[in-house]
Design a protein around this ligand. Sequence first.
Ligand SMILES: [Zn+2]
Length: 294
Amino acid sequence: MPNERPDLLPTPVHRFQLGQFEVTTILDGAQRRDGISPPFGIDQDECVVSALARDNKLPVHAFENTFTPTLVNTGKELVLFDTGNGASRRSSGAGFLRNRLSLAGYKPEDVDIVAFTHMHPDHINGVWEGDQPAYPNARYVMGQREFDVWSKGDAIPERRADNRALFLRLISPLAEEMTFLAPGNDIAGGIRAVEAFGHSLGHMAYMIESDGKALLIWGDVTNHYALSLQRPDWHAAMDDDRVLAVTTRKRILDMVATDNLLAIGHHMPFPAVGYVERMGGAYRWLPLTYQLKV
Ligand SMILES: [Zn+2]
């Protein structure tokens, strides 16, 4: 495999049991990004953002963006949430999801449903492999509103023009194989769409429930494990509706903390699974370690 990051090996796959369901997170890859504000806290003084980074023992000149799709085996269906970066970033550290499925004991042909949280490149690029569907036996599921706004285009911010072209190229051709969801709809037994609009205009989260255990796959409701949780009010450059994204971030974080839910975030540090603890008026990310194993 080209361009593997030795420092991220040997375990880019993490698995735990949620009731009767098997949940596997798979690291699609990681990329270094220059600076920290932008993209985080763009409505704040730069030194305020830098101070919070330093409080968290983080550098201010760069950060690492990781990408972690999730695979849920319900016993009846194998559901993949988001498809990672695909071939587009394989020369720069990401796009290895499909290849790493085998480390989880699956083949691309085994995936029954591909469910999208939203239409940003790091979530949709991996849906095709060359000119072939990357998961050839899968049907597709996504939010109705998300599909409509990207199709229509007039509400999409100008800075997402390339992203819209990507949507039209990769996702529009799949429309006939797509099931469109409203918030509250089930995509399979025990998997329900949860409204999380803001990061993208029709972004969906997914609640996974089995045998009284629950997990929220929150997609990109947060994009940084420290900055987005400790200052959920701060505007982030990658949010398409920054005001709505703040409202949604606070609502989802409040729900996860209050209900003591397990959460998976696409950009949380691998294995991207954790809990959320309330901390004053804000929150703290508590990464999952061995709680579910002992
Ligand atoms: Zn993302």
